[in-house]
Design a protein around this ligand. Structure first.
Ligand code: TMO
Length: 316
């Protein structure tokens, strides 16, 4: 090979290398395969599914919404049936999440700015029916419990827990462990809407009510107080070997992805990693449905339209 030709060849190789490096870095496109986003049974989660789906679509991705059980979903993500989870609540789902994480195939994709609390509580106007609240010791009083009796409670004070798929027997077990079982009974609501219906009915009837609730939620600004149970410590729950005499943790709100999602949809994965919503933003997503009575899908669209500055930065 002459010197000229050799230089030409080297030049060609260098150019080819630069082009291929460049295209790898810049043009590794996301698969057109739809990104599967799970939907569960509380409002912020479903609205946020549409918010995140809308963000992915704005980046050219296809999206599919998959109704999923909120405990089983972490295994579904791990084995690749679902791509992401955008609301991993520590108290309710930390155990299922960690189990899938430890098995491999699911990645911890970081925390939202918002911290969470999921526990039993009451609308503030109920406090007068049980002097000493929010300290849980107030629940030991017969005079307190009698103000929470309902036709289905067998003469005991009734607490309305959320759907059993969220925490199993966590709350009934806790009530018994704390020695409150003679005065209180725990019933399960069939849906989140049944919890909000109970709030409205109790107010109308002027009777005491204790329900399961959480923050961030649309009730954040509405005067709702969580009961102070004995503090949560690692291992205090029966599922972790403890006696269950503890309240819920000051919890994380995490995101998770299937490990392959990062390879099939690198751009969406990078955007999802940056996504972080605050307590106020998540409460507002829930309020669009539970207060303003929009559909989840319309609520997601409205949130995206009103908050372009917030979410555009996740895509850059
Ligand atoms: C998982 N939840 C927000 C219903 O507590």
């Amino acid at each position: 090979m002459g010197e000229k030709n050799m230089i030409k060849t080297i030049k060609g190789l260098v150019v080819a290398a630069i082009i291929s490096a460049f295209s790898f870095a810049t043009y590794a496109a996301d698969s057109k395969k739809p990104i599967r986003i799970p939907t569960h049974n509380w409002s912020s989660q479903v609205v946020m599914a549409y918010v995140i789906g809308g963000i992915f679509e704005s980046m050219g991705n296809n999206v599919e919404y998959v109704p999923a059980d909120s405990q089983a979903v972490y295994e579904s993500i791990r084995i690749g049936d679902v791509d992401i989870s955008h609301e991993v609540w520590e108290s309710a789902f930390g155990k299922s999440f960690t189990t899938a994480l430890d098995k491999g195939g699911l990645l911890d994709w970081g925390d939202h700015e918002a911290r969470t609390l999921e526990d039993m509580g009451y609308p503030n106007w109920v406090a007068e029916k049980c002097p000493g609240l929010p300290d849980w010791n107030a629940l030991k009083s017969k005079d307190c419990a009698k103000n929470f009796v309902t036709p289905d409670s067998g003469g005991k004070g009734r607490m309305l827990e959320g759907p059993q798929t969220w925490h199993g027997d966590l709350i009934p077990q806790r009530i018994d462990a704390l020695g409150l079982g003679d005065l209180w009974t725990v019933k399960f609501a069939g849906s989140a809407d049944a919890l909000w219906a109970e709030l409205a009915a109790a107010k109308k009837e002027g009777r005491g009510t204790i329900i399961f609730n959480w923050t961030p939620n649309f009730t954040d600004g509405a005067g709702f107080t969580f009961i102070d149970f004995p503090p949560y410590t690692a291992g205090c729950r029966p599922e972790d070997g403890g006696d269950g005499k503890c309240g819920s943790p000051d919890g994380y709100l995490k995101k998770a992805v299937n490990a392959d999602f990062v390879k099939t949809h690198p751009k969406a994965a990078a955007a999802f990693k940056k996504m972080s919503f605050s307590t106020g933003q998540i409460g507002a997503m829930a309020a669009l449905v539970d207060v303003d009575k929009m559909t989840h899908e319309d609520a997601g669209k409205k949130w995206l339209k009103d908050n372009k500055k917030v979410w555009k930065k996740f895509t850059k």
